[in-house]
Design a protein around this ligand. Sequence first.
Ligand code: ADP
Length: 292
Amino acid sequence: YKISMAEMQVEKVLGKGQFGVVHLVYHIPTKVHMALKEIRLELNQRALQQIIMELDVLHKARSPYIVDFYGAFFIESCVYYCMEYMDYESLDRLYPAGIPEAILGKIALSVVKGLRFLKDEMNIIHRDVKPTNILVNRKGEVKLCDFGVSGELNQSLAKTHVGCQSYMAPERIIGNGGGPDGYTIQSDVWSLGLTIIEVGMGRYPYDNSGFTNIFDQLNAIVNGDPPSLPADRYSKSACDFVAGCLKKNANERPVYQDLLRHPWLLEAEQTFVDMEDWAARAHALFLARNKR
Ligand code: ADP
């Protein structure tokens, strides 16, 4: 079954990405709401065809911690990627002034399980772990999206990548990460650490107010001390978990198996937290802030 644009009814804009707009669409044949992500690329037909083919393996990526993939197609020089609609959208919209540790622990647990699934079951390195790529729905479920499944797509996106908030690990910035394209699983662990601090504290962890440009920021990541969770606001085990992820030497960072056995995640696993209630409140706050 091949999904196509003709079957979609566009309802609204969900967000704007670096490479195009994400729309909420209604898929008429299945009566399902979907998020349709547009990725505008300057590529030839062959390369676009290759991307669609490579994305196809995502049909097998079924996990409660991964946003479902419904199919992809291209029109002219745009790739369209259809995925599960996460109605409370991305985490960056849900942390006005930071979030409590118990909820942060559940979020970290879902993200680590998602990353481990991608690695163990799909042999995929995410490459872009950050709050905008972690989505939440009204059931309080937390899922990963936007991972680097297609080599062809990774290449075209990397060429044009610029960002004012970098989640890149130090070894990525200096360019000695190892792996065929300089990317390894350990770089995702760094991005995870930064993401946890950002979501917990309610802001990107490097203070960019004093920076005049992206180079100052990259310099701070490479040469400065890594950020940490404040010990007066978080438990010792939360601080320790994050400190492990943010070891500047990639080889010293824990692997997913270690992270899942860390006391902070073991506790998160055993504690009941009403994620549905948290998500509803956080989303209502987001809507209130954005109302004029
Ligand atoms: P970026 O290029 O920054 O990674 P994206 O293009 O992936 O951003 O997405 C832009 C925004 O669209 C996200 O921040 C999110 O709020 C929204 N979005 C993306 N995918 C979905 C989805 N599956 N469900 C709901 N909202 C989504």
